[in-house]
Design a protein around this ligand. Structure first.
Ligand code: H2U
Ligand code: ZN
Length: 351
């Protein structure tokens, strides 16, 4: 099959879903419409920001004057630890209408005291502090006896619904494992039962040989546009050895992750010369009693942009009703991302 000419389907072994690829719609190698370089004029401290050090939040709460990172319970949490336990309802014909109470906690995590930074403009040491924060929160929330799953994520940019430019993420810790990670965990452990190895480690070993979808690698991590990617510039960040939890990183892997994320975010910003919006999330082993064998820690990045800072992909119509689809192939996206400079477009070039 000619991947670059023939409309085809690709299988996503993590989600057990097929995606449609229509490469003939982008026959010309798409360079991306270049917007003029933008210099976001965000101040480094904003007195009206609810995440900046020393500022007030909802309910008369005040942030400490933090110097690295800061985490707090979301003042408008979607899940509450005080919810009554185990109440379920089943009503209507054949019990079609079902509901269950669910306990949990929601946290907001600030990546830096600087209001104007993004991961792309933070140093490896500063991003390393964020990795440490993710580890601490995974441990802290996972240690709560009723929590089974800790979902760490970041919504970056207006296009993804972030409420504030201050670099921050969120964590929702659930009593039950949510559907998407549960499916991925089951798929990985099924593969492990059949083949005796980790699906994502085997997949990465193949991609490192193949090279066409690799965006970046260092000695401990790799960034790949997965064969089955749906979003135009979607990537998967994978460790070089099977690791199931973020708390299991060696010192070198900790540093290597910060380095990989920095370069990925710089390349993303450089693609359309704009602070690149995305939703990012960390998938790892759940924290309850259920054990899933052969699972691999990984980070998903789902950016919405398609052709420029202004043109985004919409998951609508056929995609809402039938199946997801992409035009530009994973191989073309990987090549574009791979060839971008590792110096941020807003940073002065060294003489
Ligand atoms: P997002 O930008 O991804 O929406 O995250 C910001 C979160 O911050 C959001 O979930 C919370 C909102 O509930 N928040 C507070 O906890 N306190 C505030 O004073 C304002 C916003
Ligand atoms: Zn701020």
């Amino acid at each position: 099959m000619n991947y670059q000419d023939h409309p085809h389907r690709r299988y996503n072994p993590l989600s057990d879903q097929w995606i449609k690829v229509s490469p003939h719609r982008t026959k010309r190698h798409w360079q991306g419409q270049r917007e003029h370089a933008r210099h976001p004029d965000t101040p480094s401290y904003d007195p009206g920001c609810y995440l900046c050090p020393g500022n007030s939040r909802a309910g008369n709460l005040k942030n400490p004057v933090y110097e690295r990172t800061f985490a707090f319970d979301n003042d408008f949490a979607a899940l509450l630890s005080s919810t009554p336990e185990g109440v379920s309802v089943s009503e209507g014909p054949a019990g079609l209408l079902q509901a269950k109470t669910e306990r949990g906690r929601c946290r907001v995590i600030c990546f830096s005291p600087r209001h104007d930074l993004t991961m792309a403009r933070m140093s490896i040491e500063e991003i390393s502090n964020v990795v440490t924060l993710w580890q601490q929160e995974y441990q802290l929330l996972g240690d709560e006896p009723y929590i089974s799953h800790v979902q760490i994520f970041e919504n970056r940019g207006d296009a993804m619904g972030a409420s504030n430019p201050h670099p921050h993420g969120q964590i929702w810790a659930d009593e039950f494992i949510p559907d998407i990670p549960l499916k991925e965990l089951m798929q990985q452990s099924q593969y492990h039962e059949v083949h005796g190895s980790s699906m994502l480690s085997d997949y990465l070993a193949y991609e490192l040989e193949e090279k066409t979808r690799i965006v970046y690698r260092n000695s401990t991590w790799a960034v790949v546009v997965p064969y089955w990617a749906v979003w135009p510039y979607e990537v998967l960040v994978l460790p070089m050895r099977p690791i199931s939890r973020i708390t299991d990183l060696s010192e070198q892997e900790h540093y290597g992750l910060a380095e990989a994320l920095r370069i990925l975010c710089i390349r993303y910003d450089n693609l359309f010369l704009t602070p690149f919006p995305y939703s990012m999330g960390i998938h790892q082993h759940p924290t309850g009693s259920q054990v899933f064998s052969g699972t691999q820690l990984h980070l998903h990045y789902f950016p919405p942009l398609l052709r420029s800072a202004e043109v985004r992909k919409f998951m609508v119509g056929y995609e809402m009703l039938a199946m997801v689809q992409r035009d530009i192939t994973a191989e073309q996206s990987a090549q574009q991302l791979r060839e971008l400079p590792e110096q941020h477009y807003l940073q002065e070039a060294h003489a």
